[in-house]
Ligand binder design. Structure first.
Ligand code: ADP
Ligand code: MG
Length: 696
């Protein structure tokens, strides 16, 4: 289905608006405004009160004043540099209108002595005198009748004045077609929300200053339109991915039972529950799209393995994709042992495999002799064909974008079930925005016996002391991580910082006890460093954030993080999660460069106060705002024009529930309301999702 004709005026070029030429259109583009309709959803950031005042006896500098005046005297500046001043009387007092670089005859025509004018502008106090420099308006009484009492204030950019913007928005308002209502009548009644048209009018032609207040009906309605379109788009993707994928995968439990013995621990209640939810999804006819969320160390790998074995028991294959090579290898090692023990074949495919080795692996994957396949992104590549992929697991999803998730899902043509795992606790609000297309399972319990990690904040001024303590701990056989700062964005800068730190620490602690791993190292070297650390041959691993996710060396008990203030809180939490996994008592030292800012201090204090990843994520979101949370692109958190993720949480929840209801009742959006909702989707630029339903 193509874009409905009724919306054409809103998708017209900005230059079709009165007063907008090519240059202005370009300037507006810098504000993300490209089509006429974009102006409709441009949220003003303020409202100016231009009501006429009779009394100017109490005016503060900065106030906008609007008043009827009479010019009593023109005073030209003595030089060109000095302003031209017009003394007027109005509001019960004399005051001055001030003009710089203005033509004399223009001003004389504008404000003839004795004539009544309505002026409006920002008041200033200069030398104790009330002045209005360059009033926004100087109008005759007849003209002033058309001056709105309240005026929206828009964000601007160079080359676009407030007046021009207002004119453009007004043009967009009059170009607006009448659209059918897509919100339910009882929703509108419940919240006392206006129609779309009335909401837009209220926002752009406000009748008072409260239109922009958080709960104001017009703003809320527009925010809800936006949130609903977003949820609906995700919902459509979801139902498209599920539809026609009818594949029942039910394990026999035979392999799972022997694997359980090989694991050697009892699963937690939470692990068992998550596995049950997953097994039920896999056994059902629709395709599974499930997010398994569990804090660092909560045991997601066990859940993944058990689910994968169900796929194998049912005669199919399962794949596990990890974000880094280190993590893929670690899974291959851990799960490889178990697979071997229970007689299941496992292959690992990464970017490192080339030539005949790669061909051999691809053949094993294609003919089904590889039952479990682990790997990195390389599992996406076109030449990877599975014989019967029934389950795809994506580990540590926050490292992957929404797009890659779709790609992996699309990779499984027979409609493999999809399990996405993440250790980054996603606050509920964000979860709803970026992941609204998934079901959730949560591991809210950690395996027994975990000891609390002692976290301390230490100034870098105490570096020598820290290294001395580390030396003595290492003499007692302790293993430790040292994470280098994040300050530089470039991989090369990170690498150099890590190499320098490695050199310094190796010199101090003994070269054969310290090793290094960073993202730019050749894979073989990375492996060598990791396995030397894993086996205890070296005791200190100097690293960049490549060790952030998943790395599991239970014997390591000390984590030092340099310039901790440069990391995101959730990232610190992930890094800290590398310790506290074994028998020994663990500690985490957050080194910071003094002086710390107030926020910097508050953030690191959060780390000290709690080990609960959810709390940390919520705090991080609160302190930094959603944009920064895990990187907008990575988290898939969208930027909304009107809605505010923090303030409009409740509306987001509602949009999600409503979406489920809509898609349940009218999956193709073919009812009267469904058609209106399609218009909403197009209006909000979600064309791609509408195409999904028409293609189905
Ligand atoms: P994550 O959720 O961070 O991926 P892992 O799956 O790597 O966690 O598990 C962390 C550690 O806990 C591993 O060493 C794993 O063997 C161990 N583990 C997992 N589940 C249990 C359990 N139920 N009881 C004891 N240890 C467990
Ligand atoms: Mg893991």
């Amino acid at each position: 289905m193509a874009r409905p004709e009724i919306l054409f005026p809103l998708f017209a070029d900005l230059t079709t608006l009165p007063g907008v030429g090519g240059k202005t259109a370009l300037a507006l583009g810098r504000l993300g405004l490209e089509k006429v309709g974009d102006l409709l959803f441009l949220l003003p950031h303020g409202v100016v009160d231009r009501r006429l005042r009779d009394d100017l006896l109490m005016v503060d500098a900065g106030e906008i004043i609007t008043c009827r005046v009479q010019a009593i005297e023109h005073r030209r500046g003595r030089t060109d540099r000095q302003p031209y001043r017009v003394i007027v009387e109005g509001g019960g007092r004399p005051f001055e209108l001030v003009f710089f670089h203005a033509k004399r005859d223009w001003i004389e025509r504008l404000l003839p002595i004795g004539a009544v004018r309505v002026i409006s502008g920002k008041a200033e106090i200069f030398d104790g005198r009330l002045q209005v420099p360059h009033p926004d308006f100087v109008l005759t009484e007849a003209e002033a009748g058309a001056l709105p009492s309240f005026e929206p204030v828009y964000p601007l950019t160079q080359g676009v004045s407030q007046k021009l913007m207002q004119k453009a928005v007004n043009g967009a308002l009059s170009a607006r077609p009448a659209l059918p209502e897509w919100q339910r009548a009882d929703t509108l009644r419940e919240f006392v929300w206006p129609s779309l048209g009335d909401a837009l009018e209220a926002m752009h032609d406000p009748k008072d200053r409260s239109v922009l207040a958080p709960g104001a009906p017009a703003r809320s309605r527009l925010a809800y339109d936006e949130l609903l379109s977003h949820q609906l788009a995700l919902g459509l993707v979801r139902s498209k991915m599920r539809r026609g994928a009818g594949r029942r995968t039910k394990g026999t439990g035979v392999l799972a039972a022997s694997a359980q013995a090989a694991f050697g621990f009892r699963p937690t209640e939470a692990q068992r529950r998550a596995l049950e939810e997953i097994a039920a999804d896999m056994a059902a006819e629709t395709r599974m799209l499930r997010l398994l969320q569990g804090d660092v160390g909560s045991g997601k790998t066990w859940v993944a393995m058990m689910a994968m074995l169900a796929a194998v028991e049912a005669g199919g294959q399962a794949a596990l994709m990890a974000p880094t090579e280190i993590l893929a290898r670690q899974h291959a090692e851990g799960l490889g042992g178990i697979a071997a023990e229970i007689g299941v074949s496992l292959e690992i495919l990464t970017g490192r495999d080339t030539g005949s080795e790669r061909r051999r692996k691809l053949a094993a994957i294609a003919d089904g002799s590889a039952q479990l396949v682990l790997g990195t992104h390389s599992l996406f590549q076109k030449d990877v064909e599975f014989s019967d992929l029934r389950l795809a697991v994506i580990d540590e999803q926050h490292r992957f974008g929404v797009r890659q998730r779709m790609e992996l899902a699309a990779k499984a043509p027979s409609g493999a079930d999809l399990l996405v795992m993440t250790a980054t606790p996603i606050p509920r609000t964000l979860a709803l925005t970026g992941y609204g297309d998934l079901d959730f399972s949560i591991l809210d319990e950690k395996p027994p016996g975990r000891k609390p990690i002692e976290t301390r904040l230490v100034s870098r001024e105490r570096y020598d002391e820290v290294v001395a303590r580390l030396a003595s701990a290492m003499n007692d056989g302790v293993r430790a991580y040292w994470v280098c700062p994040m300050v530089e964005e470039s991989e090369t800068a990170l690498k150099i910082a890590a190499e320098d730190r490695h050199r310094a620490l190796a010199e101090r602690l003994g070269p054969d006890r310290v090793t290094l791993v960073h993202g730019q190292m050749p894979s073989e070297e990375k492996d060598r460093a990791m396995s030397a650390f894993q086996s205890g041959v070296v005791q200190l691993l100097v690293a960049t954030t490549v060790i952030e996710v998943g790395v599991d060396v239970p014997e390591a008990t000390i984590m030092v993080i340099e310039q901790a203030e440069s990391f995101g809180l959730s990232q610190l939490h992930q890094l800290r999660g590398r310790v506290g996994r074994g028998e020994g008592k663990s500690s985490c030292l957050l080194l910071y460069d003094p002086p710390l800012s107030e926020t910097g201090k508050a953030r690191l204090e959060v780390m000290r106060a709690t080990e609960d990843g959810f709390k940390i994520a919520e705090e991080d979101l609160r302190i930094r705002g959603p944009g920064d949370f895990i990187g907008t692109a990575q988290s898939g958190a969208p930027a909304f024009k009107i809605a505010d993720l923090d303030r409009d949480r409740a509306l987001m929840e509602r949009a999600r529930t409503e979406t489920r209801l809509i898609l349940h009742e009218d999956p193709d959006l073919s009812s009267e309301r469904g058609k209106a909702l399609k218009i909403l989707l197009y209006l909000m630029g979600r064309d791609a999702s509408v195409r999904l339903i028409s293609a189905a």
